[in-house]
Design a protein. Structure first.
Length: 240
């Protein structure tokens, strides 16, 4: 007869005391989740720094040539204008503008390798960050309680459903009735995960009419009785 199955993190294989059981019967340790969250934040920070560095690349020789061309042009134009030689002043101005344009294009050309190297690093970091976010989101979707990214999921559901009740078509922004994010398969079921496919936006009226939602119904009744039905704040109440 086989003994009890050991509980191990499906990512690192450890038997950490802080193991969480997911809806798909796998286990995961808090350290793995925290490590991935930290890597996401670190990648985001590095991408921001690289974008800032891309906007302010190091100067090369052509940048200094351009500054010199600007200075010489201003002095030459001022000298010619002071002595009343308008034609020479105009010609000097055009020659200076041409020199500044050439030096600017050459400076930009010299910075292209540096810029392309930064863009390659940004693309690599972004791919890593997207992959980690997808992995963490898939893990959070299997949580038994509401996941840490629940507020973000609610916002995504509202945007996806166009702020409209999926049952009666009531518009959230035009209604005084609170709106809830409802689990199609109830959270009490093993398959009632928090994936976007299992979530939909319902107004409180339609939500309270569903079977097994006595808590929502009681909450609405109490609000109507006390005159607080004007509240437009979206409730955090989730389906059982």
């Amino acid at each position: 007869m086989q003994g009890p199955v050991e509980k191990r993190c499906f990512l690192c294989g450890s038997k950490d005391r802080r193991l969480l059981q997911l809806r798909d019967r796998r286990h995961i340790c808090q350290d793995c989740i925290e490590e991935r969250e930290e890597r996401i934040h670190d990648s985001s920070r590095k991408i921001s720094c690289l974008y800032l560095e891309k906007r302010n690349p190091p100067k090369n020789l052509w940048d200094f040539i351009r500054l010199g061309a600007i200075g010489i042009t201003v002095l030459a134009c001022g000298h010619a204008w002071f002595h009343g030689v308008t034609t020479i002043s105009i010609a000097t101005a055009f020659a200076g503008m041409w020199g500044m344009d050439v030096s600017e294009r050459q400076a930009h050309k010299g910075k292209l390798p540096f810029t392309r190297a930064l863009e390659s690093q940004i693309d690599d970091l972004y791919a890593v960050m997207v992959s980690l976010r997808a992995e963490v989101a898939s893990i959070y979707a299997q949580y038994w309680p509401l996941p840490p990214d629940w507020q973000e999921r609610r916002s995504q559901v509202m945007e996806r459903d166009n702020n409209t009740c999926k049952s009666c078509g009531r518009k959230r922004l035009r209604s005084k009735v609170p709106f809830h994010v409802h689990h199609i398969v109830p959270r009490s079921h093993e398959s009632g995960n928090h994936s976007l496919a299992n979530l939909q936006l319902l107004c409180e009226i339609c939500h309270s009419k569903l079977e097994g939602h006595e808590l929502v119904r009681a909450s609405r009744t109490e609000r109507l009785r006390t005159g607080q039905w004007m509240c437009r704040v979206v409730s955090n109440t989730a389906a059982r």
